[in-house]
Design a protein around this ligand. Structure first.
Ligand code: HEM
Ligand code: HEM
Length: 304
């Protein structure tokens, strides 16, 4: 793999990750404030780009504006990657980010036009996570660490570390999906509450395997600790969100405790999923797959 480190491109990718967190927060605020249908039309808001910013309109319209901003920033990112990246798959990843943000914008519009029906808000919440994961991946792939030569480590355990970290990311995504199903009134809370111990067990297993097999690798140690801390935080936030929902069941409108706790839990959910993707990428960079070792050995590149 030959690639040049472009500090500017990497910093820009990091900026987009931070911007996406702001956008996820703005989106989650729309849901928690019950403002999803405060603006009935799309792509314009009340037929204009500048509606009166009052009540729910302020939340919904500012979410749309921030989302449009991300769309523009991603157009620039995909152009820059197209011009400067030597790795062809990175150029396609830039287009994937662009395609996802377009799909996400259209899903947002349909969510409004179809009055929050057909699981559209759940799809919108989940595609937001996928888009965030793509931006996080671009930030990892453009980092100096990823581009530089790195020592390679052999995974002699079974199942392979790659299978375990991929399953870990999948389980976290499913937990996000059922969380969104509940948040948008399509599912009961049960699958999400029962999913929490499954996620915790999966993260503990993943981290234990990483510690046993690769205790000497600093980068793997760092992602392992990050994964543990974010999942712990997320479970505490989930309990707080549930407590707030139960306590405000009879309130006529969303109260600040509910809004803050559910928004933070939703956003940290995306950060946890992003962390699980970083774990996959770090393992992918440092630990060759058995298939790759076999090919290299056959070609005589690695002593048998
Ligand atoms: C393009 C990037 C976009 C991203 C990353 C994004 C992200 C999000 C997120 C994370 C949520 C919160 C989901 C939840 O709390 O469960 C949300 C809610 C929402 N978004 Fe977006 N959004 C985008 C664009 C749009 C656009 C263009 C519209 C246009 C109308 C839109 C309309 C909505 C609506 C109506 C909700 C509230 C849904 C509900 O209350 O059930 N979004 N968005
Ligand atoms: C184990 C890891 C967990 C993850 C990754 C996670 C993730 C999420 C996400 C991403 C959402 C919002 C989905 C969306 O619309 O975008 C959500 C909603 C929710 N989660 Fe979790 N969650 C976890 C654990 C928990 C736990 C332990 C509880 C409480 C027992 C909990 C309670 C809730 C509640 C009540 C909501 C809905 C918030 C609302 O009413 O608006 N979560 N979760």
């Amino acid at each position: 793999m030959k690639a040049t480190y472009h500090p500017g491109v990497h910093k820009y990718a990091l900026f987009l990750v931070a911007y996406a967190i702001v956008l996820l927060t703005a989106g989650a605020l729309v849901t928690s404030e019950d403002a999803g249908l405060a603006v009935p039309d799309w792509p314009l808001s009340y037929g204009t780009l500048n509606p009166p910013m009052i009540g729910g309109i302020a939340f919904e319209h500012s979410h749309r504006l921030i989302a449009a901003g991300l769309g523009c920033l991603i157009i620039v990112l995909s152009f820059v990657l197209w011009r400067r990246e030597e790795r062809p798959w990175m150029r396609y990843l830039g287009f994937a980010a662009l395609g996802t943000v377009i799909v996400q914008g259209m899903l947002g519009g349909l969510t409004v036009l179809k009055l929050l029906h057909y699981w559209l808000p759940v799809m919108h919440a989940c595609v937001a996570e996928i888009m965030f994961a793509i931006l996080v991946s671009i930030a990892v792939f453009t980092s100096r660490w990823y581009v530089q030569d790195q020592p390679q480590y052999v995974d002699s355990g079974s199942p392979s570390v790659h299978s375990i970290v991929t399953l870990n990311a999948l389980v976290i995504f499913l937990q996000v999906l059922v969380g969104a199903g509940f948040r948008h009134h399509y599912l009961s809370l049960k699958p999400h509450v029962f999913g929490a111990p499954v996620v915790l067990a999966m993260v503990i297993w993943t981290a234990a395997v990483l510690r046993h097999r690769f205790s000497e690798v600093p980068a793997i140690g760092r992602v392992r600790k990050l994964l543990h801390s974010v999942v712990g935080l997320q479970i505490i936030l989930g309990l707080i969100a549930l407590w707030a929902r139960i306590n405000s069941a009879d309130d006529p409108q969303p109260m600040p405790t509910v809004v803050i706790s559910t928004v933070v839990h939703t956003v940290v959910g995306a950060i946890l999923f992003g962390t699980s993707i970083i774990t996959v990428l770090v393992c992918d960079r440092l630990i060759p797959r058995r298939r790759e070792i076999l090919i290299a050995t056959t070609k005589g590149e690695v002593p048998a």
